[in-house]
Structure formats: structure tokens, C-alpha cells
Design a protein around this ligand. Structure first.
Ligand code: FES
Ligand code: FES
Length: 156
């Protein structure tokens, strides 16, 4: 039995310790915002936050997460104290900037939120490093959205 803190709730889950977090989120907790896509930790589709840092849920076993605070895209807004139904600032920016949906969308949003918590004025290279190496046609818009949100926050 493993106890996991996901989106502020403690779950006691009967699961093998080497099970990837992504499987537990999707198959045991019904949280399907993090997506299975690549097989070699080279995309951003499954990114969640672990203690405020972006992590690939396909590449981390649940045994490593006991005592950690896991936040998925479903709990991102609430993790910053926003009410149910409200969107996180990064989610709003995705809409405002018309970032086209892609397979990595939820992971990119979660990774961007983690980045901006630790670095309010990231450079383009820092955004690229934080959002991962996957580059589809939507990616330049995602990068622009993160830089534009940082610029607006810093102008306040
Ligand atoms: S599905 Fe996890 S990194 Fe691609
Ligand atoms: S599919 Fe990975 S960045 Fe768009």
C-alpha cells in the first residue's frame, strides 16, 4: 500500500512500488490530464509537478513519491488557492494566446507553471529547457505564451 498526496488529497493505493506514477494517475485515480505518448521520456505529455518541480510521470515510480506533493493539471488552479472552475494564469494565457492544442498541452502548462514559480523572468532558452524537447507546430505558440505571461506579470 502506497500513500500519495495528489492535488491535496491523500490516496492509499494498493499498487506495486515500481509502478509509474502516470499509470496510477490514469488507471487508479481517474486523472487523465497527464498523457502517455512517447516511450522514452522525450516528450512533455505526462508532466506533473512534484514538490513544485516539473517531473515526467511516466518515468517516476510511485515508491519515490511517498511524502511528496503531486499536482496534476486537474489540480493546478486549486494548488494556487483558486476556486473550483477557475483557471490558472497559465491556462488563461494559453487561451488568450490561442495556443493550438497538441498532445503535450497539459504537460506544457504544468511545466510552465512550475517554471514561473521559480523563475519569474525566464529567457527563451530557459522556457525551452523547462518545457522539454518535444517540438510540434504548436510549440512556438506555447513558448510565446509563457514569455508573454512572464512579461505581463513583471509589468504589474
Ligand atoms: S509520455 Fe512521459 S515523457 Fe513522453
Ligand atoms: S506534441 Fe509535444 S510539444 Fe506539441
Amino acid at each position: 500500500m502506497i500513500r500519495l498526496n495528489v492535488n491535496g488529497q491523500i490516496h492509499a493505493i494498493d499498487v506495486e512500488s515500481h509502478t509509474p506514477l502516470l499509470r496510477v494517475l490514469r488507471e487508479r485515480l481517474g486523472l487523465d490530464g497527464a498523457k502517455p505518448r512517447c516511450t522514452d521520456a522525450s516528450c512533455s505529455a505526462c508532466i506533473v509537478q512534484v514538490d513544485g518541480r516539473a517531473q515526467r510521470a511516466c518515468a517516476i515510480d510511485v515508491a519515490e513519491l511517498v511524502g511528496a506533493r503531486i499536482v496534476t493539471v486537474e489540480g493546478l488552479a486549486a494548488s494556487e488557492g483558486l476556486a473550483a472552475g477557475e483557471l490558472h494564469a497559465v491556462q488563461k494565457t494559453w487561451i488568450d494566446e490561442r495556443v493550438p492544442p497538441c498532445s503535450c498541452q497539459s504537460g506544457l502548462i504544468v511545466a510552465a507553471a512550475a517554471l514561473l514559480q521559480h523563475n519569474a523572468s525566464p529567457s527563451e532558452a530557459e522556457v525551452d529547457a523547462a518545457l522539454g524537447a518535444c517540438r510540434c507546430a504548436a510549440y512556438p505558440c506555447a513558448r510565446r505564451a509563457v514569455l508573454s505571461l512572464a512579461e505581463r506579470v513583471n509589468a504589474w
